[in-house]
Design a protein around this ligand. Sequence first.
Ligand SMILES: C[S@@+](CC[C@H](N)C(=O)[O-])C[C@H]1O[C@@H](n2cnc3c(N)ncnc32)[C@H](O)[C@@H]1O
Length: 308
Amino acid sequence: MRWRRKDRDREAISFHYDVSNDFYALFLDQRMVYTCAYYRRPDGDLDQAQEDKLDLVCRKLRLAPGERLLDIGCGWGSLVMWAAERYGVEAHGVTLSAAQAEWAETAIRRAGLEDRARVEHLDYRELPAGLRFDKVAAVGVIEHVGIKNYPAYFARIHELLEPGGLFLNHGITHEKQWRRSSQTDFLERHVFPNGEMDNVSHTLDVLERARFEILDVEALRAHYARTTRQWVDRLQANAERARALVGERVYRTWLLYLAGSSVSFTQGSIGLYQIVATRPDPAAATVLPATREAIYARAESPALAEAS
Ligand SMILES: C[S@@+](CC[C@H](N)C(=O)[O-])C[C@H]1O[C@@H](n2cnc3c(N)ncnc32)[C@H](O)[C@@H]1O
């Protein structure tokens, strides 16, 4: 049964993500980030906002040189590369998409980051027992996990973390009054087979039951409304090329799904939360920063100051 689910997940991921790297490049930013961006300026452009999001994740995880970072569901490797390059961590990404892993490995070699960054085509459930990380990120993965599998998912992440380690979960949620609709049926059938969203309060509850301490929760719904809107604009601007790569049907399906998502984020029926949690260390209570300022004051980042 367990294996059947893994096979189904692999097929579902391949259906969505292996469409064509070139097709995704037509509407994503230059680093191929396929999750909500972070607009420090409300009218900011996508490339900058995705870099700001990658940096936000690194800062919330308080990455420090030499730490081991696991990026579950690493996509085309954007966070793995950013964290290795700018924060000096040893970054290991896993994705269920073969096309993404291949693309990421090439990008890592080109950037000369092979000594610190790697991406594997691997289900996170297949990571060897006994492996431990200081920090774990999962950006846009929980939507693929299935709500009934959350306890096992969080338990595995708990095991993968060192005591005192930090976990950042970034995921789409729906409002508590959510009901199935023709829109959700369309998404399940034509865009995200096996996809499932939860409400944020239930997710937090399961995380706490999995023995995590929740440190920070941030709503980024307005940011995802703008991100998806910008993806729509870019895809439309590249319509001819998109049709040539994937055909009329896939082009229109993706356009409809992205435009529908933008409307739903704007109206509030779906949302996006970043949650930071820690695996408590029985030997030492986690020392929390007194304020959130260190997260947001990018210009004062020692890591970035050194890198630039
Ligand atoms: C929406 S994409 C996000 C990619 C990346 N984190 C980003 O922000 O661009 C979701 C990712 O989760 C990965 N994924 C889903 N289930 C997975 C699993 N069981 N093991 C490893 N990766 C998984 C997919 O292959 C894909 O890379």
